[in-house]
Design a binder for this molecule. Structure first.
Ligand SMILES: NC(=O)c1ccc[n+]([C@@H]2O[C@H](COP(=O)([O-])OP(=O)(O)OC[C@H]3O[C@@H](n4cnc5c(N)ncnc54)[C@H](OP(=O)(O)O)[C@@H]3O)[C@@H](O)[C@H]2O)c1
Length: 330
């Protein structure tokens, strides 16, 4: 791997650390500053597999997360997703002012630490317009989700040879996106909007910063998405494979993080394009009322019983009463 060559020494050290109980090798007082996040304690690794390359996490992240392995493919993309869900399978309460992932995780510092870690290793983060609509002031970087670990995330990115923040990709068939939001104008990230031709027309009626790329794609009733399923967004559904094609034209990076929401994620699962699911299980029962619009991990697609999708558990960590799960789908 080109970018890993100069890092052989660091990787060797890290691999040795990964193979030994990490707490014995790191002194907590050395790496947790007094000003550090009070409630942030290390995850306890309950189960892990040796799939992928050990990533060179800086000491504080290694202490907090443990060993992180990730496939680092040269020629194809590796697509992974990260969500948090309640025990009863709710990922969004869909209530104004309480529709964010934080309401699901209980604003868990450990969950945000993991979100930051996965963004720090990603070349690209993809979200749907619904998720942008809920977190309008956000940019999808590691630092933005967990500012106290910003230096550690930056160090990790640098060690991986990634100098800029991950490309932020917003998917919207309708083009009903506000181009004055920070993700487009703050200069903190490069942004790409993947939309339809009609959506692009609608967008270009507004002032869109020159730095924002817009890729217009013909909406799809494609063979990939399986007939009727492709009609879910009406005339404006874009096949997940077409989203990845558009992304590859802008970013050569191979690690693609799909942060959702559930509708976008459903499209990736429907086309078998999701390699891994990171899933935080928060110890909360949200409940449901008929018609309350609460969302589960995947919306707009049905798999079981006709086309069930089964994953394989490849990693499990505990952070207090939260579980941090990781499943492989390939
Ligand atoms: N718990 C978690 O970990 C987590 C993670 C992410 C999001 N969420 C929550 O999930 C909720 C949003 O859910 P959602 O399902 O509405 O979000 P979403 O998937 O982010 O947004 C749906 C919208 O994105 C666009 N879109 C998605 N896939 C498309 C495709 N294949 N082709 C064309 N357009 C596509 C469409 O936009 P247009 O209508 O503009 O065409 C669609 O209406 C929020 O409350 C958010 O906080 C929770």
């Amino acid at each position: 791997m080109v970018f890993l060559k100069p890092l052989k020494g660091i990787l060797k050290q890290y691999r040795e650390r990964c193979d030994a109980p990490i707490r014995k090798l790191l002194h907590v007082t050395d790496i947790m500053p007094r000003s550090g996040p009070a409630t942030l304690t290390s995850l306890q690794t309950l189960f892990e597999t040796k799939r992928g390359t050990v990533l060179p996490l800086p000491p504080r992240l290694a202490h907090l997360y443990g060993c992180l392995r990730m496939p680092l493919p040269r020629s194809h993309t590796h697509v992974f997703s990260n969500f948090v869900t309640t025990l009863d399978g709710v990922v969004s309460l869909n209530v104004k002012g309480h529709a964010s992932g934080g309401d699901i995780s209980g604003f868990s510092a450990q969950d945000r630490m993991v979100m930051g870690l996965l963004r720090a290793i990603a070349d690209v983060v993809i979200i749907g317009s619904g998720t942008l609509g809920v977190d309008r002031r956000h940019v999808w970087t590691a630092e933005a989700i967990f500012p106290k670990l910003a230096d550690d995330y930056r160090q990790l990115r640098k060690a991986l040879g990634k100098h800029a923040a991950p490309l932020n990709v917003i998917v919207s068939g309708s083009g009903d996106v506000d181009p004055s939001l920070p993700v487009f104008v703050s200069g903190k990230v490069q942004a790409l909007i993947v939309t339809t031709t009609a959506g692009a027309k609608r967008l270009l009626k507004q002032t869109v910063p020159d730095s924002v790329e817009i890729r217009a794609i013909r909406p799809s009733v494609s063979a990939h998405s399986g007939g009727a399923r492709a009609h879910r967004h009406g005339a404006s559904a874009i096949a997940a494979s077409a989203i990845l094609d558009a992304v590859s034209r802008v970013s050569p990076g191979k690690l693609i993080l799909v942060e959702g929401g559930p509708r976008l994620l459903g499209d990736f699962y429907a086309e078998s394009l999701l390699d891994e699911q990171f899933l935080t299980l928060a110890p909360q029962i949200a409940g449901r009322d008929p018609g309350d619009g609460r969302l589960s991990l995947v919306m707009g697609k049905a798999f079981a019983p006709n086309d069930p999708l089964w994953g394989k558990l490849i990693d499990m960590r505990r952070g207090g009463n939260h579980l941090f799960l990781r499943y492989s789908f390939h």
